[in-house]
Design a protein. Structure first.
Length: 299
């Protein structure tokens, strides 16, 4: 097969994009890397013809999407991804509607809840009064922008009077923020990575002493776990509900079950547990892509 990898950028911030290209070649595919900026429009016999780094988009059998939509030029990026999603030739893993839902915390929560999956209750806030209302209802809350990544700009408000400036700063920078109850993280947070039909990376992340954040970049520890069947099943169902091929879920144990905090459409650090798990992730992606292409467009 001829398979393209629609990558984040060329900075090296996402080494797993390159890994997917190299692994595809090991599987015998003709694979190449390009970014959203390298999608171009040209006149063609049927109207607009797209090229991907100079090659006709229709010449690809599949495109694996790890693209970046964040940034001041997001409108151009969404437009390019939407155009590629509409090309009848290649199968896109995953198309623009899936990507927009995966990037938006509001859309994601809405879709997961509609599928009957456990997610925190949420409110939108456009003013300090809205934040105060959420605090009065839940007592201890999390504020974050709908569009964000790597846990940036995620704040906990446990004393509204003393932390008004934190809320005001987020509202000034993002206009609308998402509010949800804070759930204790002392017992850790699960990170489950789904690749097609398998979950090669199953971890428990523990916050550093004195912190509630389960972020490895901020000192959280992590360990590989044998995830319970019900957690694996929940993670795969959430990934399918959102239409994703590859995902990284943050899940909290909660009241005898689980609470899905987030489903990341571009999970990083796929080699965090070593080479064996890394290759299982890459294999899971290609197993899924190959099967879906062979099954045809309606599969």
């Amino acid at each position: 097969m001829k398979i393209g990898l629609l990558g984040w950028d060329y900075s090296g911030i996402d080494p797993d994009g390159t890994s997917l290209v190299e692994y595809g070649r090991e599987r015998g595919h003709e694979t190449s890397f390009f970014t959203l900026e390298e999608i171009a429009y040209h006149p063609g016999p049927d109207g607009v013809e797209l090229t991907l780094k100079g090659e006709p988009a229709a010449s690809f059998d599949a495109v694996i999407n790890r693209s970046k939509l964040y940034g001041d030029d997001w409108r151009d990026r969404v437009e390019r991804l939407a155009m590629l999603s509409n090309v009848p030739g290649p199968r896109l893993f995953d198309p623009v509607d899936v990507w927009l839902t995966g990037y938006s915390k509001f859309l994601m929560a809405q879709k997961l809840a509609a599928a009957g999956l456990p997610v925190p209750p949420i409110r939108s806030a456009v003013s300090l009064a809205d934040v105060e209302k959420a605090f009065e209802e839940w007592g201890d809350i999390i504020l974050k922008p709908s569009y964000g990544y790597r846990g940036q700009d995620v704040e906990r408000i446990h004393d509204f009077g003393a932390q008004k400036e934190v809320a005001e700063d987020l509202l000034t920078r993002f206009s609308t923020v998402l509010c949800q109850p804070y759930y204790p993280t002392e017992g850790g947070e699960y990170r489950i990575s789904v690749a097609g039909d398998v979950t090669p990376i199953n971890m428990l992340k523990l916050p550093p002493l004195g912190s509630w954040r389960c972020k490895t970049l901020e000192g959280a520890s992590f360990e590989r776990i044998d995830a319970p069947d019900e957690l694996v099943d929940l993670s795969i169902r959430a990934t399918r509900a959102l239409g994703m091929t590859l995902s990284g879920l943050d899940v909290l144990p909660h009241e005898g079950g689980y609470m899905i905090l987030e489903v990341n459409p571009v999970p990083g650090f796929l080699s965090v547990l070593g080479a064996e798990q890394h290759r299982q992730v890459l294999a899971g992606v290609y197993d899924w892509v190959e099967r879906k292409v062979q099954e045809g467009p309606s599969a």
